[in-house]
Design a protein around this ligand. Structure first.
Ligand code: HDD
Length: 752
């Protein structure tokens, strides 16, 4: 065919591709004939933005709508072009002096393509490098109207666009999601009055009280500088060296060693602003507050072995979970709440220093009052543009919210702006679409690297007469941001802390005493594991001395595991009232977005029963996944996982509709041969699935041959294992078990 015909065909195919007429019928996509439940593993199209969510990239750096399509600088039109818009015919072959000749320097397309590629990466964040983000909407309940003049909190029903980035702290960008670590929970509220950033964590306390120690804790907790190992974990000498010497870190360390350090999902984490902030209302009255995010699904965790397995089997576990849930319509939700304290000169509440970021105020003393709801309903369109380039900053405040003198907060006010200058290459990162305010901007900042605005006017200075005096300062009537005129006491300049900051153990004991027996066991095991990974005996011994000052049982148990004597406390054990709100167990929660595996095979499976439970699971907002010996179909059922691709960590509960025998004609994988099946008649991979789900305290159910399998393995009589005659009966009992998250009764705790 002639070159013209080839081009025409290619052009038609391209046009068809962008207009969507040739697009496959995507399950779960609006307008699709296929129901979501059919194939959750098929990649889905991005959901359209909800009407209230403006696209930040349709706005100029001054916040005005440009009218440009949302993908300006993305795909425009059907044809491949250079960066300058010239259409290209071939991007697969470099320009050579003959087919076997050297590449010509003149190949401008090659040079543009490779040069750009060479510079695709930007420096990862110095901490919190690995993360995942999503867009959403915050709706105010209006209940904070008497506390703050911030419009996004004050007006009942007011909706504000948000972007949230969750992260781990220690690992590099490519590290695993499920490592034991604190999780970041950073929220950007694009309010009408400017952007407000709440840059918090899933733990309410921090390792240090003064920001000047941040490089120290990070150097200690990150990898060893000689080999850059371990990646993304605290189980190594330098971390424990620091926290055992620097005892103010003990409280946060225990949170990390608790189940909070291995979250089940970003959707199932609390968030905390950590510091105390100051709110100011229309009348000029102030209160001190702590911000809390409360997840609708409750606070849940992985078990340690599951977290370790996931780090290998699916390092993107949390990222995938977040995006799958949003695409399946199980939108993650949190309530924003405030603990409110009177703004007294002492800045304390119930004897607790509100400026000390290593302390909490128990919810029993100051209840969390709900002020609004956050719903995450849109995944990013482009990870780099949005998740990687988003820049949070504690100084992004709006009228009605102000900072306190917490020395950790004060230092952060410097660091977050500063770090972007290198990471995002210059001072104009606020013009990057994800960072653009949705309020009009009229600053006098000019020029600099990556300046995208074309500023008009000649007088970016004040006062001026040449630009008519523009821009004008706003007054109270125009809702200007004004710092609360807090009196600073006359005092000598010192490098010192208030005396109250010296109490490093009372709240660690409070946390320990608030845990249920099973949670205490997990904490003991975590300390024993992490200290067991240290090479230096003196570090283990020093950390044991810290544990002795927290609780004798904790100290004895960890010492036993390490094979060391338990030391005596060096202080009188602090008095502490437990705070039941800190425990994660003992309640019932919704199971939205949970994954239920259903094992079937080609022989005795009750396909009608499977179809029924599949529908019931989907109707309950959960995701059913069919697991079979092979891909394709079993009866009319589409298989979503095979025995080769399924691993227990993916499922919150397991249903057995079959007792699959090992396939005699299949080529077995090496490790299948090596295993020691608990019943020889069952495929060893199914045995492993059942065994792991059982060990990880998950609900398991079976009917028909599935029930028989559970009887044969001896599991049928154990807690949390349901054996019934019908599919529906089995599922109903399993659903009930799932509401408590795990079947802890399977493992009676040995610690009181
Ligand atoms: Fe920080 C990132 C949370 C103390 C310096 N921090 C960062 C992120 C979160 C937190 C969630 C990731 C933001 C994102 O997703 O882009 N950091 C905290 C909390 C702290 C805290 C809850 C204590 C209460 N941080 C802290 C101190 C300093 C920093 C004391 C420095 C003195 N943090 C940074 C940083 C980062 C950062 C270096 C790295 C990338 C970035 O800021 O944008 O500036």
């Amino acid at each position: 065919r002639s070159p013209a015909e080839v081009i025409k065909d290619a052009a038609e195919a391209a046009v068809e591709a962008v207009t969507g007429s040739a697009k496959p019928d995507v399950p779960g996509k609006p307008g699709s004939a296929k129901p979501t439940v059919e194939e959750p593993t098929t990649p889905k199209g991005p959901l359209p933005p909800s009407p209230e969510q403006g696209q930040p990239d349709t706005r100029t750096p001054t916040g005005a709508e440009t009218g440009a399509p949302p993908t300006a600088f993305g795909q425009q039109g059907a044809f491949l072009t250079t960066a300058q818009g010239a259409r290209l015919r071939d991007t697969d072959h470099s320009l050579k002096a003959g087919p076997r000749g050297p590449v010509l320097l003149q190949d401008h397309h090659f040079r543009e393509k490779i040069t750009h590629f060479d510079h695709e990466r930007i420096p990862e964040r110095v901490v919190h490098a690995r993360g995942a983000g999503a867009h959403g909407v915050f709706t105010s309940y209006g209940t904070a109207a008497n506390l703050t003049r911030a419009g996004f909190l004050k007006e009942k029903g007011k909706q504000t666009e948000v972007f949230v980035r969750f992260s781990t702290v220690l690992g590099s960008r490519g590290s695993a999601d499920t490592v034991r670590d604190t999780r970041g929970f950073a929220t950007k509220f694009y309010t009408d009055e400017g952007t407000f950033d709440l840059v918090g964590n899933n733990m309410p306390v921090f390792f240090i009280q003064d920001a000047i120690k941040f490089p120290d804790i990070v150097h200690a907790a990150k990898w060893h500088p000689d080999r850059e190992i371990p990646q993304a974990q605290s189980a190594h000498d330098t971390f424990w060296d620091f926290v055992s010497l620097h005892t103010e870190a003990q409280h946060h360390t225990m949170w990390n060693m608790s189940d909070r350090g291995i979250a089940r999902s970003y959707r199932m984490m609390e968030g905390f602003g950590v510091h105390t902030f100051r709110l100011i209302n229309d009348a000029g009255e102030t209160v001190l507050v702590k911000f809390h995010w409360k997840p609708k699904l409750g606070v849940h965790s992985l078990v340690w072995e599951e977290a370790q397995l996931a780090a290998g089997v699916d390092p993107d576990y949390h990222r995938r979970d977040l995006y799958d849930a949003i695409e399946a319509g199980a939108y993650p939700e949190w309530e924003l709440g405030l603990q409110v304290f009177p703004d007294t000169p002492e800045e304390t509440f119930a004897g607790i220093d509100l400026l000390d970021a290593t302390k909490i105020v128990p919810e029993e003393l100051a209840p969390v009052q709900p002020v609004g709801k956050l719903v995450l309903n849109r995944t990013p369109t482009n990870f780099h543009a949005e998740v990687e380039q988003v820049a949070f900053h504690l100084g992004n405040l709006v009228p009605g919210i102000d900072v306190t003198n917490d020395p950790l907060l004060q230092g952060r006010l410097f660091s977050y702006l500063d770090t972007q200058l290198t990471r995002l290459a210059g001072p104009n990162f606020h013009q990057i679409p994800i960072n653009r305010p949705h309020a009009p901007v009229n600053d006098m900042l000019r020029d600099g690297f990556h300046q995208h605005a074309v500023h008009a006017g000649v007088a970016p200075y004040k006062p001026n007469s040449l630009d008519g005096g523009n821009p004008f300062p706003a007054g109270d009537a125009e809702n200007a941001f004004v710092e609360v005129p807090v009196t600073v006491t006359e005092a000598p300049k010192v490098r010192a802390n208030p005396v109250s900051f010296d109490d490093h153990f009372s709240q660690v004991r409070l946390f320990w005493l608030s845990m249920s027996p099973i949670e205490k066991e997990h904490i003991i095991r975590a300390y024993t594991f992490e200290l067991g990974k240290c090479y230096h005996q003196e570090i283990r011994e020093r950390q044991l001395r810290c544990l002795a000052n927290i609780d004798p049982v904790l100290c004895e148990q960890v010492a036993k595991g390490l094979g060391l004597p338990a030391p005596e406390p060096t202080i009188e054990l602090p008095q502490a009232e437990p705070s039941p709100a800190l425990s994660q167990v003992g309640q019932q929660w919704p199971a939205d977005g949970r994954l239920v595996g259903i094992v079937v095979d080609d022989t005795a499976t009750d396909l009608k029963g499977v179809e029924e439970v599949r529908e019931t699971i989907a109707a309950a907002g959960m995701v059913p996944l069919i697991i079979a010996p092979h891909g394709g179909k079993v009866g009319g059922l589409t298989v979503q996982r095979t025995f080769a691709t399924a691993r227990s960590i993916e499922f919150d509960a397991l249903l057995l509709a079959a007792s699959p025998v090992p396939a005699p004609d299949a080529v077995p994988a090496r490790d299948e041969k090596a295993g020691a099946p608990r019943t020889a008649a069952v495929d060893p991979r199914v045995n492993m699935l059942v065994d792991e789900c059982w060990r990880h305290a998950k609900a398991i159910g079976g009917w028909g041959p599935g029930a028989e399998l559970l009887r044969q393995t001896g599991l049928a009589d154990t807690p949390g294992v349901v054996v019934q005659d019908t599919a529906a009966g089995t599922l109903a009992a399993v659903q009930q078990l799932m509401a408590s998250h795990r079947v802890w009764e399977r493992f009676p705790a040995t610690v009181a």
